[in-house]
Design a protein around this ligand. Structure first.
Ligand SMILES: [Mg+2]
Length: 350
């Protein structure tokens, strides 16, 4: 039978820091958005479980995190390192999968052919062991018939866990959970469902599907099927890397695009070096501006064809940034390329 193993790394960035600085293990640790010097000015990107015990979580201002825990350890972000570790994880995972879909820097869905759930659990155990042995990192594995449910099983088995939910157990597994725990159900969808008096997945399973389709279109149909234990989502192969990005805090707050040209050139250089090293091409370019008040704005543009040209990155990014400069000075900028394809010329994209 075909089964889906969903693998999600636990507190990924912070775990990467623990792996290379073992002295941090067992201590509350966060990875923030700023340098060591700016550690009180950013937000938490990842917190290990020792830090979570204090109520610290990602997206919280680091200032608040330090208030909650005086001995909190801080690590500035190192995106290049996390991307490198991610690549090694995905490479390792691809060896276990018939087909694989990379969902984010630290998550992937693997389609496997197994004799049954016991065999799939055995595969999951091997994967967890390899990732721990080779990379020193914990992860959680969820197993089920489709990608969406496997991811939900994975979420509920965290941290460092593994769980399988068989087809006939899915309805029971889901019924007590909030509708927002279904991947893809955000605030807006949850509000529409609440208007129909649907808050738990168990309510979703019982409602007239035509009412759902009326409110949410084809997504309503999918949700009804999932709530009733049928997950039609499948693994879609992709290039193994979602995006490549680099960011820098500016030495001085910038008021116009002219002020960021040099930094942008540097970032474009770094992004292109990585794109070429991984033998990739991209079709989408995005930029991020972080303002002095720590709000972020993002813009992106799709190109007509795939490229690996630095000129294209610089000119496109410049034109995107023009729309992001106004009254608020900018303190940090980022450049990202996405919609990547491998140019190694082989089916196995790793
Ligand atoms: Mg994760």
């Amino acid at each position: 039978m075909m089964l889906i193993l969903y693998v999600d790394m636990d507190y990924f960035f912070a775990a990467c820091e623990e792996a290379r600085h073992p002295e941090l293990k067992g201590k509350p640790l966060i990875v923030g958005t700023g340098s060591e010097k700016d550690k009180l000015r950013g937000v938490v990107q990842a917190a290990n479980y020792d830090a979570r015990k204090f109520g610290i979580h990602s997206a919280m201002p680091t200032m608040d995190a330090f208030k909650l825990c005086k001995e909190l350890q801080y690590s500035p972000p190192d995106d290049a390192y996390y991307e490198e570790v991610s690549k090694r994880i995905m490479e390792l995972l691809s060896g276990y999968a018939k087909r694989m879909e990379v969902d984010s820097i630290d998550e992937a869905a693997l389609e496997i052919e197994a004799g049954g759930y016991a065999e799939a659990l055995e595969e999951g155990r091997k994967i967890k062991e390899r990732i721990k042995r080779d990379l020193g990192l914990p992860c959680t594995v969820g197993i089920s018939t489709g990608k969406v449910i496997a991811k939900m099983v994975c979420d509920s088995a965290k941290p460092d866990g593994m769980e399988a939910v068989e087809a006939n157990g899915i309805k029971d597994f889901l019924k007590g959970k909030d509708v927002e725990s279904i991947p893809g159900v955000g605030k807006k969808t949850a509000e529409k469902l609440a208007a129909l008096k649907v808050r738990k997945i168990g309510d979703l399973a019982k409602i007239d599907p035509m009412v759902l389709i009326d409110a949410l279109g084809s997504f309503g149909r999918e949700l009804f099927l999932i709530a009733n234990g049928t997950d039609e989502s499948t693994v879609e192969e992709n290039a193994g890397v979602i995006s490549i990005s680099r960011e820098r805090t500016l030495e001085r707050n910038a008021k116009s695009v002219a002020d960021i040209e040099a930094t942008l050139n540097l970032l474009a250089d770094e992004v292109i070096t990585e794109v070429k090293r991984q033998k990739l091409m991209f079709k989408s370019i995005g930029v991020k501006a972080r303002y002095f008040d720590f709000t972020d704005r993002l813009k992106s543009r799709s190109l007509n064809s795939y490229t690996d040209s630095k000129e294209t990155v610089v000119t496109t990014a410049m034109s995107l940034f023009r729309g992001l400069f106004g009254e608020k000075p900018v303190r940090k900028i980022g450049v990202r390329v996405s919609s990547l394809i491998s140019v190694k010329g082989q089916r196995n994209l790793f």
